[in-house]
Write a protein that binds this ligand. Structure first.
Ligand SMILES: [Zn+2]
Length: 140
């Protein structure tokens, strides 16, 4: 199935190609300090594909902190973070913020809380390689 999403003002849009019917989309409330403040709730699937488009790249802040291995794509106009990316061994991986989905009933979400605080950078990157969306394009 295809899931459309965008930031609030529409500067960042995307189509998430999701395998299967999307009747049970696993979502994780990230407990990192940034996502706690933002209410960031993410999904990913190894067989998903993310095609994003940025209309005005000057209005996208790519925020990093801590280990600086993930980039939060933050719309500087409306403040929404539609997705997060990580470049690992030359490949771009992503997780998508389900709060930026359009027209998806939240009853499809199966929620879990995650806490990755104790992870080493190496195990963090290994986990992303296993679980994050491995096919990501960002057009601008
Ligand atoms: Zn925006």
């Amino acid at each position: 199935m295809k899931i459309d999403g965008k930031c609030h003002c529409g500067n960042i849009t995307y189509v998430l190609h999701w395998p299967g019917e999307g009747t049970s989309i696993p979502v994780r409330a990230c407990s990192c300090t940034f996502c706690t403040k933002h209410g960031g709730t993410y999904t990913s699937h190894r067989e998903a594909r993310l095609a994003a488009a940025v209309h005005d790249a000057a209005l996208v802040s790519r925020y990093k902190f801590g280990t600086e291995t993930a980039e939060f794509h933050l719309c500087a106009r409306c403040g929404v973070v539609p997705f997060v990316t990580s470049t690992i061994e030359g490949n771009l991986y992503a997780v998508v913020n389900v709060n930026s989905f359009e027209g998806i009933d939240p009853s499809c979400f199966s929620r879990a809380v995650t806490d990755f605080d104790g992870e080493t950078t190496e195990s963090r990157l290994d986990r992303r390689k296993r679980n994050w969306i491995p096919s990501v394009t960002i057009a601008s």
